[in-house]
Design a protein around this ligand. Structure first.
Ligand code: ADP
Ligand code: MG
Ligand code: MG
Ligand code: MG
Length: 699
């Protein structure tokens, strides 16, 4: 989570006069850095991970929202101890969420032992928190992307979505207007409820996502949790998507059909930001030596996002239903989509009301025509940035239609002497409005990056190009240009999280090694097509993804785009000409002298060396998943729920099943199954060999 500014966040209505001003000031801040970008050079390779946890009551396995004071305690009373232990804890959107990172980024050495540091740090993050605060309070942390019954009956205390526990019926959930998620799940810092309300107001309607249910024998026809409550003035009314219900509705009322949402058959209705932003991920950030290599790294990582998202899939359940999706991605995307329905090109809702952005940077009301915008501000990336390795004309690979803010483009392009590709990137990010503005500092520009970050860090894309906030070179401590890899779902155990971080660390080092100089460019339309299928149920084994046929260094060809072939996950990981493990990981292990030139990653196991053995298992986990030998966390959770003795083939994760699943996850994430049955589930997740290794080699 980015900066938490102090001050008073403005309501959407009150922020309108400042929107253009914030954008203008944000670009001034950006240019203050970019105009001196060539001074930022020779930065060392540093990287770090972020894990987001769910805080739950260890006894009843429900979400805990009354213990967010622990974040304050960690960052005051325990601040020094955290730093001494190389730990930092951050707030997140959910009041039940905690994010944690190492205090100091990792500086990988040539010693393989240092590659285990991330997992050791992850283990310490949980243990420190457990020992200092959680055990005493009867709480524990879960590494699970999504709480399966979030927004369902009794997911929180005795929260009953019928509203029976509410003393006052009116004025509930005023920020989100959710029928399911009480505002109490949102972080108390005023930025978060304001963000929730302002996105709803910017889009002029509530969040509306309908996730397909997994279709089982007795799956209900409709999401039966949806009906009008008297908690607030409803934006919309619901009509079930069958002819009879629609006819009845329109006969009974003379409502404007644009004020009606159709409930689709066998879909789960999601109506609030918390469903998406309340889900947890694993992110990793890498520092490149300078801006040029950071641009090349960003571009090269583009097509890794979808396959790694599919490999990390871990969120099959939403609002107490089994869904037909395996990841959180599309849910988050819809939950923070701030587009008006006109911009979305979806005419289900009346645009004539509400607040459109219509002030210039002096705050004077003007007409700014709206444009159609292809996707939510939380989505896959849009544009390659280009670098000294590419020609200036990237039209062959930047082949998707991307709306830009012309004013920003002209300004950045001019200031950067015609660097059109970079100008286009920022001009696209700046089509979005700042959602939360703090009035106090709108006019402060110098020496800060807050207005720039207000837009940049609320463009939640699959990769983020992180711009330094200060000019520095070499080993000066200020961060330089960094690239963040953002699609991964958090895994159920630290071992799995560390495995993803380990592989990505090798991939990034391989990309940044100038001796390799590989051309990873493929058309953005293919990157998008891959990303769009990555979240489907069982996508990893069901789908083929476009992947570069053969890894080649840049050459003099006039074509930038490399040839691709539709490949299975197994082929993408193991094919001899472009496989992630067979080519990239193997090559990097050799470059680092962790294996001999004649060896492959599998030989790591033949050494009598604990670090090499663990590294072997990191790779093996992802290798076996891609072959379907081991399940993704999503498939494993599905199997557990659907084989639970009380599952009624009705696509429902009941309170009982949810409780049992979370008990199991609590014991598996420390590799300590308590019963024979739990032991079986541990071996289903990791396989016999790796499972036994983990049970016998706890860090
Ligand atoms: P955000 O939420 O904006 O991504 P965080 O501070 O939560 O930011 O996480 C930043 C991540 O970047 C952490 O994993 C941290 O260890 C890592 N990091 C910090 N400094 C650097 C650096 N100079 N280079 C690379 N990574 C860094
Ligand atoms: Mg976060
Ligand atoms: Mg963070
Ligand atoms: Mg991050």
């Amino acid at each position: 989570m980015g900066l938490l500014a102090l001050g008073t966040p403005l309501n959407w209505e009150d922020s309108i006069p400042f929107i253009e001003k914030v954008k203008t000031n944000g670009i001034t801040q950006l240019l203050n850095i970019l105009e001196k970008a060539d001074q930022i050079k020779d930065k060392p390779y540093l990287w770090g991970d972020e894990l987001e946890y769910l805080l739950i009551d260890a006894k009843n396995n429900k979400i805990s929202v009354d213990n967010d004071d622990i974040l304050t305690i960690l960052n005051t009373e325990f601040e020094k101890e955290c730093k001494d232990n190389d730990l930092v804890y951050h707030p997140e959107y959910g009041r039940y969420m905690i994010e944690a990172t190492p205090y100091f980024p990792y500086n990988t050495t040539s010693d393989l032992k240092s590659y285990l540091e991330p997992e050791l740090n992850m283990v310490k993050r949980k243990k420190f928190l457990d020992d200092k605060l959680l055990k005493k309070r009867g709480l524990c942390l879960l590494e699970m992307p999504n709480y399966p019954r979030l927004g369902s009956k009794n997911f929180l205390y005795d929260y009953d979505y019928n509203g029976n526990d509410f003393v006052n019926e009116q004025n509930k959930n005023i920020f989100s207007q959710s029928l399911f998620l009480p505002d109490e799940i949102t972080n108390r810092h005023p930025r978060f409820p304001t963000l929730t309300a302002n996105i709803r107001k910017r889009r002029n309607r509530k969040v509306n996502l309908q996730i397909p249910m997994y279709k089982d024998e007795f799956t209900p026809k409709f999401d039966d949790t949806v009906y009008d409550r008297k908690w607030f003035d409803m934006d919309v009314e619901f009509v079930k998507d069958d002819a009879e219900a629609i006819e009845k509705h329109f006969n009974a009322k003379s409502e404007n059909p644009l004020k009606t949402y159709k409930l689709e058959e066998q879909h789960i209705y999601i109506d609030a930001m918390g469903f998406g932003m309340g889900a947890c991920c694993l992110q990793t950030t890498y520092q490149a030596p300078d801006m040029d290599s950071a641009r090349y790294l960003y571009d090269s990582l583009a097509n890794f996002t979808s396959i790694l998202l599919a490999l990390s899939a871990g969120s099959p359940f939403w609002k107490g239903y089994v869904s037909d999706w395996d990841t959180r991605w599309e849910v988050v995307s819809a939950s923070v989509d701030s587009r008006l329905s006109y911009e979305e090109n979806n005419h289900t809702h009346d645009n004539s009301k509400g607040y459109n952005v219509s002030c210039d940077d002096k705050g004077t009301l003007v007409d700014i025509p709206l444009k159609k915008v292809a996707k939510s501000r939380y989505s896959k990336i849009d544009l390659f940035l280009g670098s000294s390795r590419t020609s200036k004309d990237l039209s062959e690979v930047n082949d998707v239609e991307v709306v830009i803010n012309e004013k920003v483009f002209d300004r950045v392009n001019k200031a950067l002497n015609g660097d059109e590709n970079l100008a286009k990137h920022f001009a696209h990010l700046f089509i979005r409005d700042p959602i939360v503005i703090f009035e106090e500092n709108v006019d402060e520009v110098d020496g800060e990056m807050d207005h720039f970050e207000n837009i940049n860090s609320t463009n939640w894309q699959s990769l983020r190009f992180k711009v330094p906030h200060k000019i520095s070179s070499g080993s000066e401590p200020e961060p330089g240009f960094r690239v963040e890899f953002r699609p991964l779902e958090i895994q159920l155990s630290d071992f799995e999280n560390a495995a993803f971080a380990f592989i990505l660390n090798l991939i990034v080092q391989f990309i940044l090694n100038p001796d390799n100089n590989i051309n990873f460019y493929i058309p953005m339309s293919k990157v998008w097509a891959n990303f769009d299928i990555a979240s489907e149920r069982n996508s990893l084994l069901k789908n083929k993804f476009e992947w570069i046929t053969k890894l080649k260094a840049f050459n003099d060809s006039t074509h930038i785009a490399s040839e691709t072939t539709p490949m299975t996950a197994d082929q993408i990981m193991h094919n001899p000409e472009s496989g992630i493990i067979s080519c990239i990981v193997n090559a990097q292990l050799k470059t680092l002298n962790f294996i001999k030139k004649s060896e492959t990653w599998e030989d790591l196991k033949s050494y009598d060396d604990e670090s090499k053995t663990r590294a072997y298992y990191y790779i093996k986990l992802l290798s076996d998943r891609s072959k379907g030998i081991l399940p993704t966390d999503a498939s494993w959770q599905r199997e557990y729920v659907m084989s639970h003795p009380s599952y009624k083939k009705d696509s429902r994760v009941t309170e009982e099943i949810n409780f049992d699943l979370i008990n199991l996850v609590k014991n598996i994430h420390c590799y300590s199954p308590k019963t024979k049955d739990e032991e079986n589930w541990l071996y289903k997740l990791f396989g016999e060999e790796l499972g036994q290794y983990l049970v016998n080699h706890k860090l």
